[in-house]
Design a protein around this ligand. Structure first.
Ligand SMILES: Cc1cc2nc3c(=O)[nH]c(=O)nc-3n(C[C@H](O)[C@H](O)[C@H](O)COP(=O)(O)OP(=O)(O)OC[C@H]3O[C@@H](n4cnc5c(N)ncnc54)[C@H](O)[C@@H]3O)c2cc1C
Length: 612
């Protein structure tokens, strides 16, 4: 391009719905004219098509982003497409674009799609540049001293905090120059984010929530000024605004985590000077929460199978009980355990749950009902306002015993005991279970033990207007113990079988190996023609040096004490998936795509919603 010619850049918005500290938008604005586009392609979302409340939030946020961009001088163009890549190509040719830019995403579905899009655009000679708008630390920046991925949050977060990285926040562009061209666009209503039947329920959401990046900023300031100081003490209280309630904004990129980090760190500096130890502790605690979100991306990037399989291989043999009646009772908040039921009613009514209640309801599904954690994960995904694949995966793996530093599979907490701990006055129960509103606090978390006269006075008829417990907690404990016993037996039988050489051993997290977790390391990427130092990296495999043929892939179990082999993300997939051109590009995307194929088949991710 001659020096007089202006660069025309397509800015592809996804979950970065803000103008402040948006690196892709800033880069495009610096280079010349901008064509801002949001592409909605339901087919590509597959089993993780967002639920009603999440789509409602997205729609409101897009409206606000469109208004902000308009005030800066450009339109936000909406396109409903069969494939995102075809829509992007249409944009490029319509405006004669010289470049496509976007901010990176790390969930398994986006990794596959973005990788394919980048490859396709690269083949067509369209330069693509990607940026980090979502994280403090890119997943490929944080490895242990031996170059392996962390599988323990504390070690990971310590390493992050010791990296001494100063997050840079970009100011919003003061004005934008419109790149012109005509594409097959549509109105936001025609995108289909909200259908007519959903509008009455969604109208209620508007009373409680104010999506959009401007409101995200307001929410951050309100939290930092009013609630951050007591965050460490109050975040365990399940009623009232004790936490930031920023998660839906953060999920859609309406606020930059760098800005959050900056705001709370400023407070920490102030409180340290004032020797306000509560304040300092609260900031550490809050930053750990932000760290957990970073870690969720880290885990998904390095172990892209985690939306289907646990990180620890133990759960492979767990005898899940696919009981639809129990699953329905859990969803409807009719388990007979008030704390669980209140949580399930709240999520249904508002799309929101406090972290503690997420842990309690999720643990109940897995440990008391022995239902597959993936069912619960999909239900949360469908119903949460802040539904976020990586955080959802991390949360469910954490409670179900799939993580080395999560709850142990043996641990079963009684909702009755948890109730008195986190909702001592029963306020939360009364708010969400009107049928128990008149129960005295003493009995509110275990109405089945209440004397008949108390029940009668409270208007509670167990089995009629409020259910009896779906399962006795001691029976649940025994069932869980038997299930774990069976899991160990099956695991050792499989191991025995392998020792006798009756089945092959393939490097995979679900393989019958002694290694509990595969070790992942980062290989240096060969730069792709359009890539820069900003670009999304992938743990990659170089065929000529690394990909063994299918026979070599099979390996014998390491003997005790032997150092485990390094695990490359792609080792668990068939070698035939890689071609010469995949070299640098073959990535988490490839392995995710392979596991996704499984998911639509007979894999353990067999959500009843999909069967319906
Ligand atoms: C089973 C289960 C499922 C979950 N599903 C989701 C989900 O779909 N989307 C989601 O955003 N969070 C999820 N979480 C994490 C957590 O419950 C929410 O992020 C948090 O409750 C949101 O409230 P807040 O914004 O007030 O959080 P705060 O306590 O104010 O924390 C600030 C931010 O840190 C992040 N964060 C806090 N805790 C966690 C955590 N445990 N894991 C990851 N990030 C965290 C969130 O972005 C949050 O907004 C899940 C947790 C569990 C146990």
């Amino acid at each position: 391009m001659g020096s007089n010619e202006i660069c025309k850049t397509i800015v592809w918005f996804r979950r970065d719905l803000r103008i402040e500290d948006n690196p892709a938008l800033s880069a495009a604005a610096r280079d010349g004219s901008v064509f801002a586009v949001f592409i909605w392609c339901p087919k590509e979302e597959q089993q993780f098509y967002p639920g009603r409340v999440s789509r409602w939030w997205l729609k409101q946020s897009l409206i606000q982003l469109g208004q902000s961009l308009k005030s800066l001088g450009v339109d936000l163009v909406f396109m409903k497409a069969q494939t995102t890549v075809s829509a992007l190509i249409e944009c490029v040719s319509a405006i004669g674009a010289t470049k496509v830019v976007y901010n990176q995403l790390y969930d398994p579905v986006s990794l596959v799609r973005d990788h394919n899009i980048k490859q396709k655009l690269g083949e067509l000679g369209i330069p693509v540049q990607t940026y980090n708008a979502d994280l403090l630390f890119e997943p490929w920046e944080v490895y242990n001293d031996d170059g392996y991925a962390f599988t323990n949050f504390n070690a990971y977060w310590d390493k992050c905090l010791n990296m001494q990285k100063d997050p840079i926040i970009r100011l919003p562009p003061s004005r934008l120059l419109q790149a012109t061209g005509s594409v097959e666009n549509c109105t936001i209503d025609k995108l289909g984010l909200e259908d007519d039947s959903e509008k009455p329920s969604n109208a209620l959401l508007g009373r409680a929530w104010s999506p959009g990046w401007i409101n995200a900023d307001i929410a951050l300031i309100a939290f930092v000024e009013n609630h951050l100081l007591d965050y460490a003490n109050n975040r365990k209280t399940v009623t009232g605004n004790t936490t930031s309630i920023l998660s839906p904004y953060i999920h859609f990129g309406e606020i930059s985590v760098r800005k959050i980090f900056h705001s709370v760190t400023m407070k920490q500096i102030l409180w340290t000077k004032e020797e306000n130890h509560d304040g300092e502790k609260s900031v550490d605690c809050f930053l750990r929460s932000i760290g957990l979100r970073e870690y969720s991306r880290y885990i998904c990037f390095n172990f892209p199978f985690t939306h289907e399989k646990s990180l620890l291989s133990n759960l492979k043999h767990f005898p899940w009980q696919a009981n639809q009646t129990h699953f329905k009772a859990w969803r409807q908040g009719r388990t007979g355990y008030p704390l669980v039921d209140a949580g399930m009613r709240e999520i249904w009514a508002t799309g929101w749950l406090h972290n503690k209640i997420r842990v309690i309801t999720a643990s109940f599904l897995v440990k008391c009902l022995l239902l597959p954690w993936q069912w619960g994960m999909k239900y949360f995904w469908d119903t949460l306002l802040d539904a976020d694949l990586e955080s959802d995966i991390l949360g469910w793996q954490y409670i179900s015993g799939g993580l080395p530093d999560g709850h142990e599979i043996q641990r079963l907490d009684s909702p009755e005991v948890q109730g008195f701990k986190f909702d001592p006055e029963g306020e939360y129960i009364r708010q969400w279970l009107p049928e128990l509103a008149r129960m005295p606090t003493e009995w509110i978390h275990h109405p089945w033990n209440a004397p008949p006269a108390v029940l009668q006075a409270a208007g509670v008829e167990l089995g009629l207007n409020y259910p009896n417990p779906i399962i006795d907690i001691e029976i649940a404990r025994d069932r869980l113990a038997s299930a774990i016993q069976l899991m160990y037996e099956k695991e050792s039988a499989t191991r025995q079988e392998n020792c006798e050489g009756t089945s092959e051993v393939v490097v995979d997290n679900c393989g019958p190996e002694e290694l509990p977790i595969p070790k992942v390391f980062l290989r240096k990427n060969k730069p792709c023609p359009s890539s820069s130092s900003n670009d999304q990296k992938v743990p990659s495999m170089h065929k000529e040096t690394f990909v063994p043929d299918n026979n070599e892939r099979k390996r014998s179990r390491p003997s005790n004490g032997q150092k485990p082999e390094e695990y490359n993300l792609h080792d668990c997939k068939s070698g035939s998936e890689f071609t010469e051109t995949d070299d640098d590009l073959c990535s988490t995307a490839v392995s995710s795509s392979a596991s996704k194929k499984q998911a639509t088949g007979t894999s353990n991710f067999c959500s009843p919603f999909l069967i319906k």
